[in-house]
Design a protein around this ligand. Sequence first.
Ligand SMILES: Nc1nc2c(ncn2[C@@H]2O[C@H](COP(=O)(O)OP(=O)(O)OP(=O)(O)O)[C@@H](O)[C@H]2O)c(=O)[nH]1
Ligand SMILES: [Zn+2]
Length: 359
Amino acid sequence: MQPTPDDEPRLARIGWSAPSSPQDVAPPQFLARVVAQHRAGYQLHDGEATFNAQPAAKFLRRDVDPVDRPAVGDFVVVAPASPPTIERILPRRTELKRGAAGESHRRQLIATNVDTVFVLVGLDGDFNPARIERYLLLIHGSGAVPVVVLTKADTAAGADTAAAELRQRLTDAIAVVAVNAKSAASVAPLLQWLGPGHTAVLVGSSGAGKSTLTNTLLGEARQATGAVREHDSRGRHTTTHRALILLPSGGCLIDTPGMRELKLTGDEELDEGQFADVDELAQSCRFGDCTHAGEPGCAVQAALADGRLDPARWQNYLKLRDELAAAADTLEAQLRRKSESRVLTKALNRRLGEKYGRH
Ligand SMILES: Nc1nc2c(ncn2[C@@H]2O[C@H](COP(=O)(O)OP(=O)(O)OP(=O)(O)O)[C@@H](O)[C@H]2O)c(=O)[nH]1
Ligand SMILES: [Zn+2]
């Protein structure tokens, strides 16, 4: 059974848009959205209120891949037990991932069913086109649409030039909007990505204006006042607040701490959309494995020579490729260290076994 028409407005508030295939939700089970994940369980929103829920036992089995567990943004089928229990995850429209911090090499899901990722960059000291391209790379493949939002356009000198330069550097498919994040009129162009049934996230470094923009979109200063500084069990600060923000425009924003720290994992590939022209050139080189470093019949060098390819753009492509390669190397080194430490442990156990007769 599909959600009844009565449910639609309620679900639209939490970013629900009609699924491509019918979802059977048999009452008393109901649909809700994961808005936060805590050590102790999940926080869900049913379009009217938030409540705590537990995952069904099947999600906790050790052999379940973490990406197959409920994540922030998921629409889930809930059984109204005490506590309410997440029984099923509905198919995801999009998946945003990042490299896991620390030991693990696994990629972590940051959020699902996100339609738009606003990449916030201040037009002040923060402005760094290369970092913007890294963000775009991360978003590429997630299914979400990136929009670059240049904040502080009201204070920065040369804002127009910077925006124009960035537009030239990026593919036309990526929107670049310069705003004063404090002004409702100035951020109005962003509302086209924030209508009913739409979900967006804000990413960008500290001070880029994420809270400011959120407040302006809300029309009230709720983000700062709603945030509470808490100590978790390891004594670290964690900011807890509502992770799913329902906007007056009908859309919603997901804001989780993890979202704010997107980073490269080495798994990403160069965005074909972003460098379609370069890829096309590279494909017409005489040698399939052309390194474009001076081989005969190199289409890239030819295009550089006759001005069809901008040298800055080519440098940029190379730099990004190197960064990706470096990230991939780091990943590989991590994996190697892990397997080496396993081998060392085995050797140590063997020596202990020989010395003390243990096996
Ligand atoms: N004039 C102007 N100031 C802005 C704009 N955007 C942000 N600011 C200011 O920049 C500072 C940082 O903005 P925040 O919204 O706190 O930045 P944030 O991205 O939420 O930062 P974190 O919470 O550390 O991640 C604040 O003092 C804002 O008032 C803008 O478009 N114009
Ligand atoms: Zn070549």
